[in-house]
Write a protein that binds this ligand. Structure first.
Ligand code: TRP
Length: 468
């Protein structure tokens, strides 16, 4: 089936972001989150440094940006949620699976993401109460040990991690109920640049450490022999996770874009800015890792053990530490809002549920399942399935399966089930933007390169083909 034109659905006036700049910052607010400051560095540490970073950049270019443009197209064209959009495009009901799978992925991610956000919130509190002041006065080895113990305490308690997770979910729900648009616009426009500035201060601290070059080498030195199938699958999963792709978030946000927004340049700018934030976080963290003799493959605790150490040993350290974790908390919060907006928009627009009820329902599910599964001390905390605890399992299912499968379906839809002229019309804003050759390249990539790459990575991850 090929879609024909003139299907712009006339519906009751839906809210949109007010300006192009607001569109950019709101979208960046969804992309930038714990993925940059927590996940990117620790996955880079686990997967061998530069080789992983290189693979990740390729994934952003050949898979991330094309899928993002396709999501923007579907969203702005229809001005609908991730399920309704496919009805509006008169696509076969099969495609609604993208929206339903997206809603499931959103929950799976939230189960563990809200818990990590809880750690971040609790670090704001710890910094405020001067918990990290002592790190400065201790000899290096002891300070490293204390930072590690503090992290274990944060994660391992019986009640406190659950309580912090509850606080996170309550904050996110309150913002969602109050109505996202104006809130998100205002928050992201001022705080994104501030977060940027603070990471740069961290960077300056990090690269002036005596052993900084070892950290930078780890991050940027590409050893091609380290690229193998699991590294590619992890990098691909991170690309989707980072750019909020494959589950309809960008369809939903695209539906709030202005008529003038340039979909292709917006996606390139968001992808580039987001990647810069990730790299800057890596530059802030790895020199510290090597300076203090820590392990780059230290896992999810990496951020929480390095940043307090580095900051505690510089002038105004505690103040900067408070600011850093506060901004990280805000970045995580805006990302979570965009994640939950997917199932909430589906429940309200497709199922006719009231917004407040939808928010309360989804948040309760996230909290109850999250609380009993992801914490080491919780009821199912010790249970493993397929060799993974629930925390890792939720992460794996979402990043390595649901998001890439969603991305594959979205790119196949845009490449094969939307006519080229239709795509051209929307991507050039009805011929106003003169970008014909760029659209030609895009159409080729989304039709042949993106889906084929995704299929190869899948087949190799389930062992049907051998990459090496
Ligand atoms: N991109 C965010 C981050 O890096 C997380 C996120 C927000 C997300 N919305 C999403 C991930 C939708 C996948 C899908 O922290």
């Amino acid at each position: 089936m090929t879609l024909n034109s003139n299907q712009k659905t006339e519906k009751k006036k839906r809210e949109t972001f007010s300006t192009g700049l607001a569109v950019f910052f709101a979208t960046l607010g969804s992309a930038v989150g714990l993925g940059n400051i927590w996940k990117f560095p620790y996955l880079t540490g686990n997967s061998g440094g530069g080789a992983f970073v290189f693979t990740y950049l390729i994934c952003i270019l050949l898979v991330g940006i094309p899928v993002m443009v396709a999501e923007f197209y579907i969203g702005r064209k229809t001005r609908k949620n991730a399920v309704g959009a496919f009805t509006a495009l008169k696509a076969s009901p099969f495609w609604k699976i993208i929206g339903y799978m997206g809603a499931a992925a959103s929950l799976f991610i939230m189960f563990f993401y809200s818990s990590v956000a809880g750690w971040v919130y609790s670090y704001v509190f710890k910094a405020l109460t001067g918990k990290f002041g002592a790190l400065a006065k201790k000899p290096v080895e002891e300070a490293v040990k204390t930072a590690g113990e503090e992290f274990s305490l944060t994660v391992g308690g019986t009640y406190s991690p659950v309580l912090w997770q509850f606080i996170v979910i309550a904050v996110v729900s309150a913002i969602l109920i109050a109505g996202v648009q104006k809130g998100i616009e205002r928050v992201t426009k001022t705080l994104m640049p501030l977060l940027f500035l603070l990471i740069i201060i961290c960077d300056i601290r990090a690269i002036t450490l005596p052993k900084a070059s070892q950290g930078l080498q780890f991050l940027f030195n590409v050893d091609f022999s380290k690229i193998n199938a699991p590294v590619i699958l992890t990098a691909l999963g991170l690309a989707f996770f980072k750019l909020s792709l494959g589950m309809g978030t960008m369809i939903t946000y695209g539906s709030y874009f202005t008529e003038e927004s340039n979909l292709m340049t917006t996606s390139a700018r968001v992808a580039v800015s987001d990647t810069i934030v990730s790299l800057l976080s890596g530059i802030a963290i790895f020199p510290v890792v090597f300076e203090f003799g820590m392990k780059p493959g230290g896992g999810p605790g990496l951020l929480f053990q390095t940043i307090p150490l580095a900051f505690s040993r510089m002038p105004l350290g505690n103040l900067l530490l408070i600011a850093f974790f506060l901004l990280a908390a805000i970045a995580a919060t805006t990302a979570m809002i965009s994640m939950l907006e997917v199932p909430i928009a589906i429940l309200t627009e497709e199922k006719g549920m009231g917004r407040t009820n939808a928010v309360l329902l989804i948040s309760s599910v996230v909290f109850i399942i999250g609380a009993v599964t992801v914490h080491p001390e919780s009821i199912f905390g010790g249970v493993t399935l397929l060799g993974k605890g629930f925390f890792d399992l939720f992460d794996y299912i979402s990043s390595n399966i649901l998001l890439p499968v969603g991305g594959l379906l979205i790119s196949v839809f845009a490449g094969y089930f939307v006519s080229k002229s239709e795509l051209c019309k929307e991507l050039s804003n009805n011929g106003i933007i003169k970008n014909k050759s760029l659209i030609n390249i895009y159409h080729f990539v989304v039709k042949f390169v993106t889906p084929i790459l995704l299929i190869i990575v899948f087949l190799s991850s389930i062992g049907i083909i051998k990459l090496k």
